[in-house]
Design a binder for this molecule. Structure first.
Ligand SMILES: CC(=O)N[C@H]1[C@@H](OP(=O)(O)O)O[C@H](CO)[C@@H](O)[C@@H]1O
Ligand SMILES: [Mg+2]
Length: 528
């Protein structure tokens, strides 16, 4: 372990080189116990993963009792715990948190924590470190072993919603996840996909990550509606994890992953997951072998289109919203608002922000352009769907059944590449669309995303949901000047929350304009 590592709990929890993380993992164990005690023994999750990062990295992330991201007020508390450099500092940090907890009887509550990890070679050791910390706090705990991140979120939501579950003796197993998703998918297909449509074939690039292990088990349950071929499913040879494959590679390079180039039939729909299977992007090559990406924005718009049609047909008063970030392609926002008449909200980057905004709606669709997202249904929406009047028409009933099916198919806790994939396959079948029909819903504006290293990224402060800089002073005005001559141009600079860099996003009506603007902005940044 490096002596002087300073940890900051951010969007992705703690992340870094695996051999610097022992202390952060142990302290997350303590934080999870305290959070569980604050919530009267509800179960908290700890996931060990570094998602799409290289294999030698790892990370640790706490999942809150509702199955969502950790409550934001706990982020600085985790940071404080992780950076305590001696036993006495740690005791002091714990004492300080105890005053924040505001639950007078918390000390008599037994903490309850479940954990899981991805396939990295460093994960077993970090899991052990975590378990030691949980034992030192006298917690009830259960180690689920290898899971995707969204599976752990899903299980935690299930545990806390059902009073019959108790960790570790009586818990839901991952089979209940397989069963819920596969039966929702098969039931939806049986009801809504015309018989003559036949079976869909999908190729999934698993980034050689943990998603492969679970898809192997799930595939046979999806027949006869979906045939899945898995590529990049080698989890044994760990150096292959995320290497030239996976959702992040495909989205950022806009090209086919390793294992598919050259061999792919035109128009065959493919999907790529990331290393912990919480992101998915789709793509295909056309007859001229040209690559076409169907990213998180495209998934979001596809879902919003069908949901809005169902809400209308159900005649129920349900508010639908779509949540995006500044990185959403401008053409998707215009299509949502002008063609589909659906409100599109732009929030700060990071799933915690999208999820929070989505939960303000009866049905909230949230996706980051990079493929992380889901569709969430509010409790009151589910109640309305369950209490349709006796005289409702067949059309109303059918729309309500589709919405109910989607509410159990979509992971209600967090974005999930497995459930998102099944939703996309189902929606395309219902619409009778192939990959090109989906692509042609709207045409993405040409765009580029780049990373620039600066002296201190914390000097870059944004406003307006990341879209404008207020600091360094004067820089936004120069960016505005760079954009001025170009049609439909949009560009912004923001500090990454996960890497030591600033990101630059540019879009415009032609790739040539995008490239010119990007070059000008990157040159501008060399002096910062
Ligand atoms: C442009 C982009 O893709 N940013 C990603 C990236 O955040 P940054 O704060 O941009 O580093 O990692 C986050 C965590 O995985 C993810 O939520 C987000 O969408
Ligand atoms: Mg991920």
């Amino acid at each position: 372990m490096t002596k002087n590592t300073i940890y900051t709990y951010g969007t992705a929890g703690f992340r870094g080189k695996a051999d610097t993380l022992e202390k952060a993992v142990a302290r997350c164990g303590i934080a999870a116990c305290l959070r569980s005690q604050q919530l009267n023994g509800q179960t908290i999750g700890v996931m060990i993963t570094a998602s799409h990062n290289p294999v030698n990295d790892n990370g640790v992330k706490i999942i809150d009792a509702n199955g969502g991201m950790l409550d934001q007020t706990w982020e600085p508390l985790c940071t404080r715990l992780a950076n305590a450099s001696s036993e006495s500092e740690l005791e002091a940090a714990i004492k300080e948190i105890e005053t924040v907890i505001a639950n007078p009887s918390y000390s008599s509550v037994k903490p309850s924590v479940v954990l899981a990890s991805d396939t990295r070679p460093s994960s077993p050791h970090l899991s052990k470190t975590l378990i030691n910390a949980l034992q030192s706090r006298n917690a009830d705990f259960y180690d689920y072993g290898l899971l995707t991140t969204p599976q752990l979120h899903w299980l935690i939501q299930a545990i806390n919603e059902n009073s019959e579950y108790h960790v570790p003796s009586s818990i839901p197993h991952i089979e209940s996840y397989y069963k819920t998703l596969s039966s929702s998918f098969v039931d939806l297909c049986k009801q809504f996909v015309p018989f003559e449509t036949g079976k869909t074939k999908l190729i999934i690039d698993c980034a050689n990550g943990v998603g492969a292990i679970h898809l192997e088990k799930l595939c046979s349950m999806l027949l006869p509606f979906l045939e899945i071929e898995l590529v990049n499913k080698n989890t044994e040879q760990t150096d292959l994890l995320n290497k030239n494959c996976g959702a992040d590679f495909v989205k950022t390079t806009q090209s086919l992953p390793a294992g598919l180039s050259g061999t792919l039939s035109p128009m065959q729909l493919c999907a790529s997951f990331d290393g912990d299977a919480d992101r998915v992007v789709f793509y295909f090559v056309d007859s001229a072998k040209k690559f076409h990406l169907l990213d998180g924005d495209k998934i979001s718009v596809l879902a919003a289109k069908q949901l809005s049609a169902c809400i209308k047909a159900s005649q129920l008063d349900l508010k639908l919203g779509v949540i995006q970030t500044a990185y959403a392609n401008g053409a998707s926002t215009v299509y949502l608002e002008d063609e589909l008449n659906i409100r599109a909200e732009c929030v700060l980057t990071g799933v915690k922000h999208l999820e929070k905004a989505a939960r303000e709606y009866d049905i909230g669709v949230y996706f980051e352009a990079n493929g992380h997202g889901t569709v969430v249904f509010s409790k009151s929406c589910l109640q309305k769907l369950d209490t349709l009047p006796a005289n409702a028409t067949g059309e109303q009933r059918s729309a309500v059944n589709l919405l109910k099916g989607l509410s159990t198919l979509c992971n209600q806790a967090i974005g999930d590449s497995i459930s998102d994939t099944l939703m996309v396959v189902f929606l395309l079948q219902v619409l009778g669309w192939n990959a090109a029909d989906w692509l042609n819903m709207y045409h993405d504006l040409p765009n580029a995303l780049a990373k620039a290293t600066v002296r201190n990224r914390f000097e870059f402060v944004c406003t307006d949901a990341d879209r404008r800089l207020v600091k360094p002073s004067g820089l936004q005005q120069i960016v505005d000047e760079i954009m001025r001559p170009y049609e439909s141009a949009r560009a912004f600079i923001r500090a990454s929350g996960t890497e030591d860099a600033v990101r630059v996003y540019v879009e415009a009506s032609s790739q040539k304009d995008v490239d010119k603007m990007m070059q000008a902005i990157m040159e501008l940044l060399t002096v910062y």
